[in-house]
Design a protein around this ligand. Structure first.
Ligand code: FAD
Length: 392
């Protein structure tokens, strides 16, 4: 079958790009091996899809070339996508930090994308594994489990490696390499940390506890919350910092519960209180957490007045800079995204076309552009998909 455009991958970027190209009158087919379309969208944001972020800007993305994402993000912005969501009457709300979620269900976003594709006469074919690509003089030949397709423009929107259960494959990276386009080293990101046995043994008692924390590593800091799990550490602050963490690095957590924590403890001590340190800390933290963290920090639990000023300041410093050395991450099984990907030096930031292979485009997560947690990754899918959709 011969068509103008084939998009491989019916995820966020692929479906959005296909609709844009279809609206331009291009004849478009989207191929995906999954049974269910938009699997990651359906799972995202706890089933409510954090579809964009009101404050999305190039600073929220990691890439070997931090400038690459600027053009696409400025040409199709979060406000453009929000306008589309409003056009479809999808009720949504800001959860925190500019993160927009559907009030009801992520399915509304998938339905919206499929409806756009339908309006643009795009053919979406699922259960269609793409197995190989060949290049002829003017076309691309796409070999699939369901036969052969031929097209002028080929868009690779196969995503990253996270969540293989949802259909993730390295196929996009293989296509890049086949055409001489390098792929930067990839690794799991926005992913929970696992801990060394000795830390795990103590901290797993806290499974389910969440506290506010500022997580820092490699000159980057995120002020959100952290969650203790039976495997290690998770929660927004941990997922965010995981993208900046390299194996062997130590992460510092500032779990100081109040800006005037030290002053308050000193004032209480000076008021000659008989309260135990743990009872004072219970005012700020979950009880279960206090017992464990005092043990982790090796702090004797005594009445406040029995600590001298220096000792209390030293205690506060432990809360200010709790150093944890993760053993690793949970990997692609639970990672939200893949860091790294198709080398942006080989792509046009204006069109997403491969500089040395006319007609071949890469969009979405397969590219070496990775967003922070908070709707940024979908915004990259929409922006890069929209841009390519104007040129294919
Ligand atoms: P994908 O959505 O991964 O789509 C790629 C498609 O390619 C898949 O449908 C796959 O089946 C198909 N494919 C792969 N190989 C082949 C092949 N050989 N043949 C045919 N088809 C193939 N980001 C946010 O911004 N907000 C969130 O709330 C959010 N929540 C998330 C929750 C989870 C659990 C996960 C895993 C990710 C989340 N993300 C979130 C990240 C976001 O989902 C991705 O960055 C985004 O989906 C990437 O879009 P994409 O179109 O590039 O790739």
């Amino acid at each position: 079958m011969k068509t103008d455009v084939i998009v491989i991958g019916a995820g966020a970027a692929g479906l959005f790009c296909a609709a844009q190209a279809g609206f331009r009158g291009r004849n478009v087919v989207v191929l995906d091996h999954a049974k269910r379309l938009g699997g990651k969208i359906l799972m995202s944001g706890g089933g409510r899809c954090n579809f964009t972020n009101m404050y999305a800007s190039p600073e929220n993305f990691l890439s070997n070339n931090p400038h690459f994402c600027k053009s696409a993000l400025s040409r199709y912005t979060q406000w453009d996508f929000i306008a589309l969501v409003n056009q479809y009457d999808i009720a949504h709300h800001e959860k925190t930090l500019g993160q927009l979620f559907c009030d009801d269900s992520a399915k509304q976003i998938v339905d919206m994308l499929l409806s756009e594709c339908q309006k643009a006469n795009v053919r979406v074919v699922n259960r269609c594994p793409v197995e190989g690509i060949e290049k002829t003089a003017n076309d691309f030949v796409v070999n699939t489990g369901n036969g052969q397709y031929q097209c002028e423009s080929l868009v690779v929107a196969t995503g990253g490696l996270s969540m293989p259960k949802l259909g993730a494959t390295p196929f996009g990276y293989k296509i890049a390499e086949q055409f001489g386009i390098p792929v930067t080293p990839v690794r799991a990101a926005l992913v929970p940390f696992t801990l060394h046995d000795e830390d795990k043994e103590v901290l797993s008692e806290l499974s389910g506890v969440s506290i506010d924390a500022a997580a820092s590593c490699n000159n980057t800091q995120f002020n959100e919350s952290m969650l203790f799990t039976h495997r290690g550490l998770s929660g927004p602050a941990v997922l965010q910092i995981s993208s900046f963490w390299e194996p062997g690095d130590t992460v510092s957590f500032d779990i100081t519960p109040a800006a005037d924590f030290t002053e308050k403890l000193l004032a209480l001590r000076n008021s000659n209180t008989n309260s135990l340190l743990s009872n004072v800390l219970n005012e700020w933290f979950p009880k279960r957490f206090v017992q464990t963290i005092l043990a982790v920090f090796g702090i004797d639990n005594k009445p406040l007045k029995q600590y001298n000023e220096k000792q209390l300041i030293a205690i506060c410093n432990r809360f200010n800079d709790w150093q944890v050395k993760p053993n690793g991450t949970e990997g692609y099984r639970t990672a939200e995204v893949t860091l790294g990907g198709v080398d942006t030096d080989y792509l046009s930031s204006k069109t997403m076309e491969a500089k040395q292979v006319p007609g071949l485009y890469f969009i979405g997560e397969v590219v070496d552009v990775t967003g922070w947690l908070g709707g940024y990754n979908f915004q990259w899918a929409w922006s890069s998909g929209w841009v390519a959709g104007q040129y294919v």
